[in-house]
Every structure is written in C-alpha cells, then in structure tokens.
Design a protein around this ligand. Structure first.
Ligand code: NAD
Length: 337
C-alpha cells in the first residue's frame, strides 16, 4: 500500500519537474524570444509530460501547460482579443504516427467521407500572425499570443516588404482575415547576426526568434530595417463562397497578392510520406527554415465538421522533421532543470 502511495508521489514529483521546466522554457521562447533549448529537446520534454499524464490522468496537475497555446503577450503592446482563437497544432514524428492521425480522422467521418484528400504545406518556422483587411485595406496585425489574446503589431507589420497593404481584388469583402507566418529568411538572419556581432550587440539564437524579436520592437523603424517576410496559410473570415478546399484558398490568396509557400495535394498516407521525404531532401536549399510539414484535410467543410480539440484542430497536424541530437541529451534535460 505504501509502495503505491510512494509511486504516486514520485510521479507527481516528476510531473512537477517537467511542468516547471516547460514553464521556464515557454517564457524564454514566447516572451523573451530567447530559448535555452533546441526545439527538438523541448518537444521531447513536452512529450515526457504528455506520456506521464496519459498514463496517470488522475494525477494531472491543474497548472499543466500541455493544453496551453503559446504564452501571455508582453504588456508593451495593446492587447487584442482574437475573433476566432488562434490555436496550435498537434504533431507526429514518423509514418506510424501519421497513419494513426489519419485513422483518427477517418473514425470521425462517415463511410462516404473516409480517406479524404489531404493537403501538405511547409511548416514555416516563424510566428503566427492574424491580418485583417476591411474592403481590401490592411487595418490590423495581431500575434497569436496565448491563443485568445495577442499583441497589436500593426505598425511593425506594415514594414514587411511582401505584405500587401491594399488588395484591389478583395475590395468587395467587408472583413477578410488572413493568417500566416512572419519569418526571417536565412540570408537576412545571417546578415543581421553578423552586424550584431560587429557592433557587439546580442545575436539571435535562430531566425524564428529573430523574426519574433523584430516584430516586437517598440520602434517601427528598427522593425523596418529587419528582413522579414509574410507567408499566408489560411483564410479565417471573409472566405469567398466559391472556395471549397484549403488548396483553392491558397491559390486564391496568391492571385490577390499574398506570398504562399509550396502546396501539394495527396490522396493517401504513402503519398504524404513520399512528399515529406522529398521535402527533407531539399530542405537545406530553401531560403528559409522549416521545422516540418503541415498536413491538413483539404476539404473545408470536412475541416469544419471535424472541429477542434482543446489546443489544436482535429483536421490538421504537424509532421515534424527528425532531430539528430535529441536522445543523447534527453537524460540531461530531465534532471538538469
Ligand atoms: P507549432 O509551431 O508546433 O505549430 C503551430 C504553429 O505552426 C502555428 O501557430 C503556425 O504559426 C505554424 N505554422 C507554420 N507553417 C504553417 C502552415 N503552413 N499552416 C499552419 N500553421 C503553420 O506550435 P507552437 O504552439 O508555437 O509551439 C511549439 C513549437 O515551439 C515547437 O516547435 C517547439 O519546439 C517550439 N518551442 C520551443 C521552445 C524552446 O525552448 N526551444 C519553447 C517553446 C516552444
């Protein structure tokens, strides 16, 4: 009896250790834009807690960050509540997990709907931003923040060169909300860090954090000097009625003036795997960093039918790239914190 009690205590201690570590790393990453761990190491840490919570649901701690999106925004910017929450994505790490994701999708669909078409996109490693256009005119940009509330970064976002400020072809749409990723291309990141080194300023850990840090500059002139780019990946309000799929939505965004990244429509898990592997092979040739692929049910009405879990859609997941160094350092991480 005592042994069982001890085990429970030990599990709670382990959970608390993971929670404290995750909170510290979330703060460093989302608030300070200055991570301590590699993403793959962070993902392992997170998974360790998920595994523990799944096998001991009765011991889940009330402040577990597992269902949380991002972190609270900085107070220096005006906070804006999203009309529609900006969530995260679940993730899979290998073919079996991808297959399991597709099976879970199938389980929720009726016979005629099973085995839907999927659409694959690059998982751009920047930060999610929501843009609003009123009658074609750009009016607001907000960060994801904690998913419900983000930071108003309209002024800084206006300085992004490839971001359209006026959409002639969307002038008849009262409110268009487009979401996408703001990122810093590799070449610009290298140049920025070289300049920072020369002037003995702090360098950025990676392009993702450089992009996030740049967008949160209080001086728009500094943000303007940073090489940022916007890639659109969804239409969240004001969708034209004729658009029925994610791939058609991205094609439309491109025709009205947005930059979108590569899109591939696949019919089954094998085809998804083949495309995923081909992208891994060309990953280093891309002008920006990606940390995996995003795979989405292509049909928008099926997406709507599938809906959301607490922090992620049921109709999409991130298929992360394999990490090289994780296993060797995992033990360190668990007890280092
Ligand atoms: P995520 O990056 O795993 O997935 C969700 C995000 O993917 C979206 O918010 C969106 O910004 C992005 N995305 C990119 N391309 C997309 C596309 N084509 N379609 C849709 N979305 C696209 O989510 P997250 O919740 O921000 O957090 C987890 C990530 O942050 C992990 O990679 C994790 O390793 C990293 N992280 C690292 C640390 C650290 O200490 N190193 C700390 C916290 C988080």
């Amino acid at each position: 009896k005592n042994a069982a009690h001890d085990t429970g205590d030990n599990i709670v201690i382990r959970m608390r250790t993971f929670i404290d570590a995750l909170k510290q790393h979330n703060y460093a990453y989302y608030v300070l834009d200055n991570p301590i761990l590699e993403d793959s190491e962070y993902d392992q840490l997170r998974r360790s807690l998920v595994t523990l919570e799944e096998s001991h649901p009765e011991l889940v701690q009330p402040d577990s960050p597992i269902n949380q999106v991002g972190d609270m925004p900085l107070s220096a910017f005006t906070q804006v509540t999203h009309d529609i929450p900006m969530l995260s994505l679940g993730n899979v790490f290998d073919y079996d997990e991808l297959h399991a994701f597709m099976r879970r999708v199938n389980d929720r669909l009726n016979d005629a709907q099973k085995n839907p078409e999927y659409e694959m996109e690059l998982k751009l490693d920047g930060l999610a931003v929501s843009l609003k256009y009123e009658h074609g005119k750009f009016v607001q940009a907000v960060t994801r923040g904690d998913g419900q509330t983000g930071e108003d970064i309209t002024q800084n976002t206006k300085t992004i060169r490839n971001l359209p400020l006026w959409l002639a072809d969307a002038a008849d749409i009262e409110l268009l909300e487009v979401r996408g990723e703001v990122l810093m291309p590799k070449a610009g990141f290298d140049r920025l860090n070289r300049l920072a080194e020369e002037s003995e300023n702090k360098t950025f850990a990676n392009p993702r954090n450089a992009a996030a840090g740049s967008l949160r500059q209080l001086d728009p002139a500094i943000a303007a000097s940073r090489p940022l780019a916007f890639y659109a990946y969804s239409i969240n309000q004001g969708l034209p009625e004729t658009i029925e799929t994610q791939s058609a939505g991205l094609a439309w965004l491109k025709t009205i003036g947005f930059t979108v990244s590569a899109v591939e429509v696949v019919a089954n898990p094998r085809a998804a795997q083949t495309y995923y592997e081909s992208v891994i092979d060309m990953r280093s040739d891309l002008p920006f960093e990606i940390d995996g692929m995003v795979i989405k049910v292509n049909n928008l009405s099926l997406q709507q039918q599938l809906g959301f879990l607490s922090r992620e859609p049921r109709w999409a997941t991130a298929y992360k790239f394999p990490a090289e160094t994780v296993m060797t350092r995992l033990n360190d991480i668990e007890w280092q914190v």
